[in-house]
Design a protein around this ligand. Structure first.
Ligand SMILES: [Zn+2]
Length: 376
């Protein structure tokens, strides 16, 4: 992330750069901006700038080894902490490091996303976001190490408002006496939720919401979308770039339609239709691919549950009518197999599996399950 990737906000960028140049970087900065603001993206651009080996007057170079690691969020001297929740597989020491690959993919895809989007895309379901005490223990361990290749060790804490109270207190000590060349960038949407003792130890850096012109310059990257739609999205989103992007992106309604087309193609073993769905899937952004797979998994689970208990469903009428028909085509063990395979696919997507092969493989497995049902 470079400063030039962020539309406008020139005075914010100048203030950050000047404090670096005059050697006056505060060791803990609170990047404070509303939902869909540039709080996270500015902290990332600033970290890139500080670490860049070939920075210019106004920005990082974007191409040195440090910048390329920053772009992929894999710089060894930058540590990320963000809200997570326990899952069926990860329920001990629930810390950011265990979710880092998926988080990186989500943030690279959309640096303006909200915690709800992050939770939905990961599939945490209805869990409460949290930054646990284990996280601080983990951080303390990391801070004992010297920087590997940069001058500073930078810790970006995304949404410290989700620090558990006991975590906040443990965090205080670190903020009070950080070891050597350590920086903390706390990125918040709601500084009022932070405890006063934390706030008193950080330098508040307020980031205003994006102007309409800034949003427009950013949203022009959607080349196939008309100007009227871009204006509409800006109109409804109140300076929240994430909201505007979501408005312009495909909605869940399309997910249901595409799931129907896909399952129909698998049922009838129509490989030209399956191929169309593969192409459609392949064109989605990574976060949308994950969202579609998570949505499909959710409906398959609903279908399985509704086989057992008719009163458990929490879904729309359209979804219900799809499930009512679909559940007649498979037996319970087959549903369980589909659910396992979809769950596995989501993990493969996080590990950058080839999406076309993954989708084809999954389609073949599902088609085979329909065949075995017909035989019995
Ligand atoms: Zn660079």
């Amino acid at each position: 992330m470079r400063f030039s990737d962020i539309p406008g906000l020139e005075s914010e960028k100048v203030r950050l750069i000047d404090s670096f140049k005059s050697n006056e970087i505060h060791h803990a900065i609170l990047f404070n901006g509303q939902l869909g603001s540039a709080n996270l993206s500015l902290s990332l651009a600033y970290a890139s700038y500080i670490n860049c080996k070939n920075r210019n007057e106004n920005d990082s170079c974007g191409s040195c080894p440090s910048c390329s690691k920053m772009d992929r969020l894999i710089h060894p001297d930058v540590n990320y902490i963000f809200p997570v929740a326990s899952t069926t597989k990860i329920y001990k020491e629930v810390v950011s490091d265990k979710f880092i690959e998926a988080w990186r993919a989500s943030i690279i895809d959309s640096p303006y996303l909200s915690v709800d989007d992050w939770f939905e895309s990961y599939g945490f379901e209805n869990k409460q976001p949290n930054i646990s005490k284990d996280e601080v223990r983990n951080l303390v361990k990391k801070l004992t190490l010297k920087p590997f290749e940069a001058r500073f060790k930078i810790n970006i804490i995304w949404l410290p408002e989700y620090l558990h109270l006991s975590t906040s207190n443990a965090m205080l000590k670190i903020l009070e006496e950080p070891p050597g060349e350590t920086l903390f960038f706390l990125v918040t949407n709601n500084h009022q939720k932070l405890i006063q003792t934390i706030k008193s130890r950080v330098q508040m850096f307020k980031i205003r919401r994006f102007s309409e012109a800034e949003m427009k310059s950013y949203l022009t990257k959607y080349k196939d979308i008309s100007e009227v739609e871009v204006d509409q999205s800006i109109y409804i989103s109140d300076g929240d770039i994430n909201k505007a992007e979501k408005y312009l992106n495909i909605s869940d309604a399309d997910d249901l339609e595409n799931l129907k087309l896909w399952m129909r193609a698998c049922y009838s073993k129509n490989f030209s239709e399956i191929n169309k769905q593969i192409d459609w899937f392949n064109l989605l952004s990574k976060i949308r691919k994950r969202a579609f797979m998570t949505y499909s998994l959710k409906l398959m689970r609903e279908a399985l549950v509704s086989n057992i208990d008719h009163n458990l469903s929490k879904i729309s009428e359209d979804e219900k009518s799809f499930i009512d028909k679909f559940k007649l085509t498979l037996d319970i063990p087959s549903f369980e197999k589909i659910i396992l395979s979809m769950d596995e696919s989501i993990r493969f997507l996080d590990r950058n599996a080839n999406p076309k092969i993954l989708f084809l493989d999954l389609s073949i497995k599902i088609s085979d399950l329909f065949t075995s049902k017909v035989k019995t």
